[in-house]
Design a protein around this ligand. Structure first.
Ligand SMILES: Nc1ncnc2c1ncn2[C@@H]1O[C@H](COP(=O)(O)OP(=O)(O)OP(=O)(O)O)[C@@H](O)[C@H]1O
Length: 251
């Protein structure tokens, strides 16, 4: 698969309200194909809401989403084929093992016989092969995240949308996931992820968008955005440090 000039994801005036609250406020964003792209921002900034609209799990109030050139509203089947998603809170079939879930995914997606070797690779790299008979209901938080990632990758999508893939993941597993995603991007895939872990975003992503209150505060290459400092510095400068005051009952 080669990188294409069609953007992996394109958002135009994307907006979502919950009651009176504007969670995503007329966002325009282009994620070029074949790269690692990060979305960062404080809690409640609108990252998950944005990714959920790209994933088709939430309907925008206005604006458009295209994935690999397909319109998310009108070309749903094409978008589903092009996309792999891992979102917080998506339910999993709890009474299956990891391997069974991948077989189930392969059938749902009509993946040919190659699913077996793909599943073996994914389970091995993510170290889920160490608990072959453990049901998903008994998985740890990190293991649930890893099997969610394997499900998202099994059909070799053109675009992976990952909500906080590195949170709740131990450092060794995080490196394994980084390696897996890097191979995927080198092969022409696109990763769009949200994260609060700035050093992972700095290390992996080529471009980053910083969002707050549903709006993009800055967007560009990692070097442009960190402007000689660290991404953490830029984040705190633009978002504003949390208020600090003495709390007498703690002292
Ligand atoms: N289903 C919902 N109903 C009402 N409000 C919602 C809903 N989902 C999100 N929100 C609100 O929309 C805003 C954006 O939430 P979102 O989950 O997108 O933020 P986030 O950037 O992903 O935050 P975090 O870093 O904490 O995961 C928040 O104010 C949140 O309370």
């Amino acid at each position: 698969m080669s990188a294409s000039s069609t953007p992996a994801v394109q958002l135009s005036q994307l907006t979502k309200r919950f009651g009176d609250h504007v969670a995503v406020d007329a966002i325009d964003l282009t994620v070029p194909a074949g790269m690692f792209y990060g979305i960062v921002g404080p809690n409640g900034a609108g990252k998950s809401t944005t990714l959920s609209m790209i994933a088709g799990l939430l309907t925008p109030d206005s604006g458009t989403v295209t994935v690999a050139g397909f319109d998310a509203a009108g070309q749903r089947e094409d978008v589903l084929g092009a996309l792999g998603i891992m979102m917080e809170g998506l339910s999993l079939p709890e009474r299956l093992t990891g391997a069974e879930l991948l077989e189930y995914t392969a059938r749902l997606r009509s993946i040919g016989g190659e699913w077996r070797s793909r599943a073996t690779d994914l389970l091995e790299v993510l170290e889920l092969d160490r608990a072959p008979s453990t049901l998903i209901v008994d998985y740890s938080t990190g293991m649930r995240k890893k099997i969610g990632l394997a499900v998202a990758m099994l059909h070799r999508p053109r675009v992976l949308v990952l909500d906080e893939p590195f949170e709740a993941i131990d450092p060794v597993s995080a490196r394994a996931i980084e390696g897996l995603l890097s191979q995927y991007v080198r092969g022409g895939g696109t990763v769009l992820l949200s994260s609060h872990i700035m050093d992972v975003v700095e290390r992996t992503c080529e471009r980053v968008a910083l969002i707050k209150d549903g709006k993009i505060l800055t967007e560009g290459t990692i070097d442009d955005v960190r402007a000689g400092g660290t991404l953490n510095d830029t984040f705190v400068d633009l978002v504003g440090a949390a208020p600090q005051r003495p709390i007498s009952w703690l002292q």
